[in-house]
Design a protein around this ligand. Sequence first.
Ligand code: ZN
Length: 263
Amino acid sequence: MNKNILMTAVMPHPPIIIPEVGQGKELKAQKTIDGLQKLSQEIVDLNPETVIIITPHSEFNRHFFSVYSASVLSGDFANFRAIQVKLEFENDVDFIRELEFKIKEEFIRLNYISAKPLDHGSMVPLYYLSKAGYRGKIVVINYNMLDKGKHKLFGQFIAETAEKLERKTVFIASGDLSHRLIPGAPAGYNPDAKDFDELIVSSIKTGDFEAITDISYEVRDIAGECGYNSIMVALGVINDKPDKNEVISYEGPFGVGYIVAKL
Ligand SMILES: [Zn+2]
């Protein structure tokens, strides 16, 4: 086990669980809020130097992993009627430089996201980390269209980079599970959509990460998920080996599956 990867976690990113955005509706997702608070505290207690987040919702480049490149990264929830909630972190540009060197042969380069505020896929986890007291550096990366094997390989390079720099690192896969769990769900209802969520939850509980890798594209498509590729990178980070595997919370009160877990 890579001693510089202090924890690898999965977090959801619905803006509605930010109280200033939810305006009371967040209470329906209390389990998720409790789970995120607990996990964020645990992460802060580990005292990482850098938190790396992979998100589905920033700049999407088909072929390249995209990374925020400015020296200071900030964002707010203006798109969700809460402009007053602002966050700012230092970007770990040394990590990015080393990572880009490591991936060169396999992925050629990273795609830089410049002059753009952080997306909600990173902002929601960062909100809870910040509340718990996290003031360290971050790196925020958007996944792409490459296959799951490439996403895992990218995760391995992240772990190798942390080792090379001896950087105490926490990795967070930001992603929601199915968007079709109940009638009225954001992506429409599909009675089979829950299969994806059940598989992810049970596989993390038992540490059967091969079962996650084996999930077919069809099952993912029925679920209408956004978290799978983020989780693939996370599995690469830990080399498919369960480390602290635990599902802290899972629920889908608005028809979207929210999981808070350690891998
Ligand atoms: Zn999403």
